[in-house]
Write a new protein. Structure first.
Length: 255
């Protein structure tokens, strides 16, 4: 069977959201199909896959390789191949630059025009944009925001179905993100940065990373941990003061 034909069958049966499926199809169409699509799936080699993703930026290469691994994993499960040619290909290293975010104090003091409540709600609850837009207010009950859908239908992952303590400021969001982006632009942050604001609130208040992972809807706690490692300059200064104070006490005790 040709890879293109197998992919149609595989993509139709994957237990993923429609948005993720759209992303998979795009990655396959742009980067894999033109090299391996016309080949028999049992004849594809690691060399063919490497050739297909050569020259791509690291993040794009990583995504394309992830799609390739999914395809050949499913083909292996269907007994169409004896082994996956994608398994032995090493994923590229992704170096992510720390992205700016605002503390809750900065968000609270900010002026976002007509969208003060919406932006503060996002900063205090860490919802993804698609999840927040789907809220009508009926999902806020008994002190919790109950999330079980997004604007795309399903949540991004199964972990996206969750309950979050309600901390106020709910107001329906516009169907497009453009107004909120314009309101946030002067502060040098994005809508997604507000999820980091929420994660920072959790971290600053001693919420364990595994609990934070559930509240953020992360299926992999290591994703949450990367956010938890964000450190602001004032934290470093406060640590310096703490250590100097501790050392001073030690010198006094020693005397």
């Amino acid at each position: 069977m040709l890879v293109d034909n197998v992919v149609i069958e595989i993509f139709a049966s994957l237990p993923i959201t429609s948005k993720t499926l759209e992303n998979y199809r795009g990655e396959y169409r742009r980067h894999l199909s033109k090299v391996i699509g016309g080949m028999r799936i049992a004849e594809v080699t690691p060399k063919d896959i490497r050739y297909a993703i050569t020259g791509l930026p690291p993040q794009t290469k990583r995504l394309a390789l992830m799609v390739a691994r999914t395809i050949f994993r499913e083909a292996l499960r269907m007994d169409l191949i004896k082994s996956s040619p994608a398994v032995e290909i090493e994923s590229p290293t992704i170096r992510i630059k720390p992205s700016p975010f605002m503390t809750w104090e900065q968000v609270k003091a900010g002026d976002f025009g007509a969208y003060n409540d919406q932006i503060r709600f996002l900063a205090l609850h860490g919802l993804r944009w698609g999840e927040a837009v789907a809220l009508t207010g009926a999902e806020i009950r008994e002190g919790y925001v109950c999330i079980d859908k997004s604007i795309h239908g399903e949540t991004k992952t199964h972990a996206g179905v969750r309950r979050i303590p309600y901390l106020g400021h709910f107001a329906p969001l516009p169907r497009t993100a453009r107004p909120l982006r314009r309101a946030l632009n002067p502060y040098g942050v994005t809508i997604h940065s507000l999820r980091k604001t929420y994660a920072y609130v959790l971290k600053s208040n001693g919420v364990h990373v595994t609990t934070a992972s559930k509240l953020l809807g992360h299926s992999d706690p290591s994703v949450t941990l990367r956010i938890y490692t964000l450190v602001r300059d004032e934290e470093i200064e406060a640590t310096g003061d703490l250590l100097r104070s501790a050392l001073s006490l030690l010198r006094v005790d020693a005397a």
